[in-house]
Design a protein around this ligand. Sequence first.
Ligand code: SAM
Length: 500
Amino acid sequence: MAALSLRFPSDEVFARARELFQRAGFNEDSVEQQAIVDDALLPHYEDGLVPEGTDAAGLLIGLFLRAGKASRDRVLAALGEQGIADLTALGLLQSDDAGMVRAPMRIRPMYGMYIVADHWDPTRLTRNSAEDVVMAPDFSSTLEFLSFIPHTPCERFLEACGGAGSAALVAAQRFANRAYCFDLTERSTLCSSFSARLSAVADFESRRGNTYEPASGLQFDRVVAHPPCVPALRHNWIFYSGGPDGAHITGLHVEKLPDVLAPGGRFYCRAVGNDRREQPFEDRVRGWLGADHTAFDILLLVFRKESPLEFIMPSVSVGHIAVEDVPAWQQEVARLGIVHFLPFLLVIQRHDQPRQPFTIRRTLDPSAVASGAIEWLLDWETLRAKGAAEDLILTRNLLAAPASQRIRREIQQGEWRVTGHSLHVDAPFVSDTEVDPLAAALLPACDGQINGRQLVDGLIAQGHIRPDTDPRAFAAVLADLVSAGCLYVEDCAPPLGRRQ
Ligand SMILES: C[S@@+](CC[C@H](N)C(=O)[O-])C[C@H]1O[C@@H](n2cnc3c(N)ncnc32)[C@H](O)[C@@H]1O
């Protein structure tokens, strides 16, 4: 790739450039109005020129987001001598002999910051880009990844596979005491350092290295990663290829979590996994954690399941994967026993005290889940694993969720027989859970005015269950209904509705 143009002059130059952008109205709102249609970025200009007649914000959007050129006179009129001098000193503008000015890097105003990356044409993407191209921080998969990261206070935050570093920059700016960003490439590392200076983000540090090598003994309370995860036989771009099964770089980052994730810490990873004939993906994740795996909980939230060909075809059709590579890749996929590919959010939690681990898989529609629903599920399952959920169920009021019951009947021995009961809910996660018929029958009694102890006592009094029923065992059955989203516990109910 062309050498990186960015330069790191004094803080005064960075501050003047930032103020210039702010004065010119180059911000998230103007970008969303002028450069985005239906959530997609507008492509680069066909003729490579920023159209005449734009205001200063439009000119900056044309230069920095749509890779257009403009005459030096126009840029001078909009930004002034000092503005051109500062942006040139930062390596953000270059002039040619024909009197035209261009921006060698892309700048995306986001979250009140200016995030620098390589130019990114959504229609042509990176076919001709170099291996170490820095991915746009507003690419759809990155926005999805960012939307899952909790903004709750955090002491030490790490974005692994950081690229442009938007997650770590947001963390440093909004909720972490200190945020780190690690990436394999020098280009990405310099881009995120530059964005921090340009956006005046303090307590941020960018380090270069393979996986967590740059940690040098540090541990983190929250680690997030959006690793390269496209399954491909042939490596193309560093941000893109995750090996033949797409999960190679993810695996490297999970394997080393025992070194870098602090007790009580959580790891959030948006990537792609695969179920194999004899091995669901979550079992493989547990295997990656190695000898200490029982000190970790695993929550796998699967967005959808796709057959190998179904999964790879969109990348082939846009030319990111060569069509002639597909047969050999299919053979490799068959050899590995891959049945499905699964885009996912994986959350791994390290225990803060010894206890039994849990492993859970749920289906999740990324656009429909409420903010905080994932943390609610993790917190609830943690209470269960610590043996504390039963006490809550016995002492707090219980309310049935708006669930629907499905009763399965099958023909057996010449007649219809009931062979299963399941409960369906749409929130906090769309789920169908097989339940004990007694548990399903109890739900209507949960009107928000009755606790688990009163339920057990009532059932005993009515002769429905034996007088020596262990209330905690009864509560454990109800805890399953809570996990499935079918029953709410007072002051512990899941957040519902859509994410902000
Ligand atoms: C899919 S991009 C994600 C970038 C950014 N986090 C985002 O969400 O936009 C993956 C990033 O991982 C980096 N990367 C690839 N292999 C790596 C490794 N072994 N160790 C550290 N970083 C790696 C690439 O350079 C790239 O910046």
